[in-house]
Design a protein around this ligand. Sequence first.
Ligand code: FES
Length: 238
Amino acid sequence: MVTLTIDGRKLKAEEGQTILQVAEDNNIYIPTLCHNEAVKPYGACRLCLVEITRRGREKLVASCLYEVEDGLEVKTGSDRVVSNRRMLMELLLARCPNNKEIQDLARRLGVEETSFQQDDKQCILCALCVRVCQEVVGVSAISLVNRGVDRQMGTPYYEPSDVCIGCGSCAYVCPVGAIDFKDVGDTRYIKWPSSQMDFKLKKCKTCGGYWIPERQLEYMIEQTGLPPGTFDNCPDCR
Ligand code: FES
């Protein structure tokens, strides 16, 4: 166990925990966008920054990446944290001025407008979708491509991916709703910021409803070794 303070509260934590985990365990709010417990921390959005004092020296760190240590002092709302976080939020607001999630978070952090030049993007390039596809689903169908202002998220070469199974996990975890995902009749449509695909859905043998992409089913059968008949019915009819 290690002992640290966050905003003046003396807390105990497990070795290896990040500052963000300890804060969340103790109901201390730190804003995040690219963090999700299901995948390894990545440190893309920097919104979770906090100020730490270590051996008498102060510095800003991403709390989702920084592991706690004995005697660490953490401030989640110092002037330095607040002004840096506001600037990051202004940059995000400039990138995605029409995104509802970004607008809501900006308001929560006291940012009403941005002084930076505005674009009209939806994706914040946090790569959460990419990491979930790779680390949780295990297929790596999407990635961040290009550099600088041309950086985008989508399928390789903006072409339909051979390995995407249409599960929609990328859309579920996107913190800003930048991936469109809908089922219409027998087809699932997924639209990423720079490419799109559609997937044929399988029909339930009992109720006749379309419920899962055929590619996802094939992947599940391959992964589990279960007989194909196991998935003839949708979860409601099973
Ligand atoms: S949540 Fe820590 S960098 Fe995004």
